[in-house]
Design a protein around this ligand. Structure first.
Ligand SMILES: Cc1ncc(COP(=O)(O)O)c(C=O)c1O
Length: 391
């Protein structure tokens, strides 16, 4: 951990001067290079025109696909850049032609937006959503999954890292089982990209959705979708436009062959370039080095919190990440978040409605979520603990 140049990271992050930012699972502080990239492109648009700016910067815009492909260890043709992780996930999920009785397997940590979509499609089509139970560590039971895969399934949806806790799912093991069973795996990597390695070959996922603003430190309103080469042409996106498809004759159109069939025509070029800058910046630090630093800080924060009377750290799983969740006996999570906010410390609240199966299943109404990034310091962690300790 000591090898990580925290001073440089903080120097390159303007927000470090004004806040103690422990809401990186919400949106991280952007590094200067991302901020400048976005602003400079907006200024170029204002000066020469939006279409003209996109044309002038076309090579850099195209390079964003190479950057995301490097991050995921895939080909640039397998990458679609969209507005957020939910839209990325939806474009993959709603492309499946579900039939009555199709089984869709998911996990107890499933994210609210994904689960709502699962319920909607089940209602519309007669497909069946089945939740694989957790094992004794609170992660998806790979033994139970193996049994259910043997009974046949149309799709597996797995959240790599959930919104509501430090859990890291055994995604590569799930991927291995899905591949062996011939069932596609849609991995929600929204909270893992940027803080953990996300090599789609190692994870053996067929689709992966992610966002730019969280641990990748990109601008808000950016996300991306990976779809494995052999699967792209089997999936017909729920919406098509003249970017996703070509109008070839009065009665005909042809859907494009690469993953950009999941995109739409109009997009923010400024934030797309900002996303590329964020990915390059993360790769420059090295994802393994980031993971080690982030996990080290999270271990330290959990230890400090556990030492406080009345505090319950709620993170589950064998492997844990930079998300630290806790409750305080007799004090609402809302009150703790407000207290910290008043002291200039950003954390967030995760209510049960974000994760009914997990938090609801554990009888928890809400947790305080403190999420660390590599630019945070041990002193900042102690500031949080000192404020919570005063309750
Ligand atoms: C696990 C998980 N999946 C998906 C999302 C949705 O991401 P976005 O807001 O970029 O659509 C979130 C957001 O918090 C999340 O935590």
């Amino acid at each position: 951990m000591s090898a990580f140049d925290v001073a440089r990271a903080r120097r390159e992050t303007p927000g470090c001067e004004s806040v103690v930012h422990l809401n990186n699972a919400g949106a991280s502080l952007m590094p200067d290079v991302v901020l400048r990239t976005v602003i400079e492109h907006l200024e170029l648009e204002a000066r020469i025109g939006g279409y003209e700016a996109a044309a002038r910067e076309n090579d850099r815009v195209e390079a964003v696909y190479d950057s995301v492909a490097r991050l995921l260890c895939c080909s640039r043709d397998e990458v679609a850049i969209v507005e957020n992780a939910t839209r990325a996930w939806d474009m993959a999920f709603y492309s499946f032609d579900f039939q009555r009785g199709d089984r869709v397997l998911t996990c107890g940590a499933e994210y609210a937006s994904n689960y709502i979509a699962l319920l909607q499609v089940a209602k519309r089509t007669g497909a069946v959503v089945e939740v694989i139970p957790d094992d004794e560590h609170g992660q998806i039971s790979v033994a139970a999954l193996e049994v259910e895969l043997a009974r046949g399934a149309r799709l597996v949806s797995l959240v790599h890292v959930p919104s509501q806790g430090g859990l890291v799912q055994p995604a590569a093991e799930v991927g291995r089982l899905c591949r062996a069973a011939g069932v596609p795996l849609l991995l929600d990597a929204c909270q893992s990209v940027g803080q953990l390695p996300t090599d789609v070959g190692e994870l053996q996922c067929d689709m992966l959705s992610a966002t730019g603003r969280k641990f990748l430190r990109g601008p808000r309103g950016t996300g991306f979708l990976y779809v494995r080469q052999g699967l792209i042409e089997q999936l017909e996106p729920p919406f098509l436009d003249l970017h996703a498809a070509e109008w070839t004759g009065r009665e005909t159109y042809a859907i494009r062959g690469d993953a950009r069939r999941f995109e739409n025509w109009e997009t923010s070029y400024a934030t797309k370039l900002g996303l590329g800058a964020a990915v390059d910046y993360a790769l420059d630090w090295g994802i393994d080095a980031i993971a080690e630093r982030v996990q080290g800080l999270a271990v330290s924060l959990r230890k400090r919190l556990e030492a406080l009377p009345g505090v319950d750290v709620r993170d589950r799983g064998v492997e844990k990440c930079g998300i630290v969740t806790f409750t305080f006996e007799g004090v609402s999570a809302q009150a703790i978040v407000a207290l910290l906010s008043a002291e200039g410390i950003n954390v967030s609240l995760t209510p049960v409605s974000y994760s009914r199966l997990d938090l609801g299943g554990r009888g928890i109404e809400a947790v305080v979520r403190a999420s660390v990034h590599y630019y945070n310091t041990e002193e900042e962690l102690q500031q949080l603990v000192d404020v919570v300790g005063l309750r």
